[in-house]
Ligand binder design. Structure first.
Ligand code: GAP
Length: 454
């Protein structure tokens, strides 16, 4: 119980830091927000962009066997009929007759064998009924059945329906993959845990097409690749769990699924699914569209529908995991002997929204300010820097610690040669985690930082 309390306090601190420092805000907050929708502020946007860019780099640019695509959010309704989403993409929902809350039946606690309302504690609940999670909309000027379609609930289907076009233009041979990063929408019954379960979110998905016999081994391969990815963005392996979904719980078309889970303060929860989806999706679209989605295998001279292994990660969930993993508080003693709590986001430099703070020791000294601004201009084309001249230098460091900035460059009187020539042209570099400082030449700053963040 004590642990639960400290975990929920930790989560409260994270949510409050996210707002205070501009990582994440409630969407349309001045109108009271909208449940399940979030806006990313300046720091959150940088963090999310770094994550998506690094995923793209690892999954597409550094590989010969993966190409990218960027599909539309609205597609012909038949895509969702064929994929099975229109018929079955639903969660079981119940209503509480006492407090009128709408609840997900599969998430309710049971007491004495009866499901209990999580809001008011009543047992007076309706029978579960299926609630389709897709947002319905109309395309064009008439709002009738013929104009209906849905905001996509996953990015994957755009990849399946463009499989043939991309195969032709990329001239890839099996095994090869198509990757996509983009928005998805689900009308979740109970959005919760901050951004963890939202109604609008982003996915990073790869559909990796292969010969049927390669599926099982590629499932293991992609699980390992994805675990390496999390290590490379600074998520420690002890915070990650791999959950092998028992065969009876897998989707009917899956021949194996792993969930990669993260230890959030509110519990161990899914970050990403890695699933061997067989030839289910392409077969569904081939049958429904009447267009062949077969592959001609030049080696075996056979024609068949490829199988697919899909690593599917959530951008928002991983962003939240990065923040939760990075969040730390420690007691430090300042130069005057005063003990204070230092809040620090220990992001991997690759993910950090701002890579380097640049500070003139004093703001009312023209030479210090000019030199610091020159350093900003030197670094700006290569990485995200932040110039700050206001307040005591210690306070400026603390502000950057809270933003997760891994390095701080300070221009002092040594830099401008006022204390003799020995350290002229050098600055101090402060490292966020150790708070240690050392001097390096101005001309070395760029390569020092680029090496740390790439
Ligand atoms: N194409 C397969 C697919 O969409 P999924 O497990 O439903 O599989 C994949 O979703 C990932 O998308 C999840 O692991 C999660 O990271 C993210 N995701 C799913 N629903 C989400 C939601 N409501 N809010 C935030 N992220 C979500």
């Amino acid at each position: 119980m004590a642990q639960d309390k400290s975990a929920s306090e930790r989560m409260e601190k994270i949510v409050s830091l996210c707002k205070r420092r501009g990582f994440i805000f409630q969407s349309g907050e001045i109108y009271g927000g909208l449940n399940g929708f979030w806006d990313y502020g300046p720091l959150g946007t940088e963090l999310k962009r770094n994550l998506k860019d690094f995923w793209w780099r690892r999954m597409v640019r550094e590989r010969d066997d993966v190409v990218g695509m960027d599909g539309s959010i609205l597609m012909n309704r038949q895509v969702w009929v064929a994929s099975g989403h229109e018929e079955t993409f639903s969660d079981p929902m119940v209503d509480c007759r006492i407090c009128q809350s709408r609840l997900r039946a599969d998430q309710l606690q049971e007491k004495g064998g009866r499901k209990q309302c999580s809001v008011c504690g009543s047992f007076d609940l309706t029978e579960p009924r299926a609630f389709n999670l897709m947002f319905k909309t109309y395309v064009g000027a008439t709002e009738d059945e013929s104009a209906v379609t849905y905001l996509r609930p996953e990015t994957a289907q755009a990849i399946f329906v463009q499989f043939k076009n991309i195969l032709e233009v990329s001239r890839k041979k099996l095994p090869f993959g198509i990757a996509q990063v983009g928005k998805a929408f689900r009308n979740e019954i109970n959005p919760r845990n901050f951004t963890f379960r939202s109604r609008e979110f982003e996915q990073m998905e790869l559909e990796y097409f292969c010969r049927p016999e390669e599926g099982p081994q590629l499932l293991e391969y992609w699980l390992n690749e994805r675990l390496k990815f999390y290590a490379d963005i600074g998520i420690a392996s002890d915070l990650l769990h791999v959950h092998k979904i028992p065969p009876e719980e897998c989707a009917h078309y899956s021949k194996g699924t792993y969930d990669i889970e993260f230890a959030f303060p509110f519990g161990v929860q899914e970050l990403e699914g890695v699933a061997y989806r067989t030839d289910y999706d392409l077969t569904q679209h081939q049958n429904a569209s009447g267009k062949s989605l077969e592959y001609f295998d030049e080696e075996s001279k056979q024609r068949y529908i490829p199988h697919v292994v899909e690593p599917s990660a959530g951008v928002d969930r991983t962003t939240l995991a990065l923040i939760c993993a990075a969040f730390d508080e420690e007691q430090v003693t300042d130069e005057k002997g005063k003990v204070e709590t230092r809040t620090v986001l220990r992001f991997h430099p690759r993910m950090a929204p701002i890579k380097c703070g640049v500070f003139p020791l004093l703001k009312n000294n023209d030479r210090l300010v000019r030199q610091a601004r020159e350093i900003v201009e030197l670094l700006r084309p290569h990485l995200m820097v932040f110039y700050d001249e206001s307040g005591a230098i210690g306070r400026r460091y603390r502000r950057q610690d809270e933003a997760g900035t891994p390095f701080g460059v300070t221009v002092d009187f040594d830099t401008i040669g006022e204390n003799g020539p020995a350290n002229q042209g050098t600055v101090t570099i402060r490292e966020r985690d150790s708070m240690k400082q050392h001097r390096i030449g101005i001309t070395e700053i760029k390569s020092f930082l680029i090496e740390k963040i790439s």
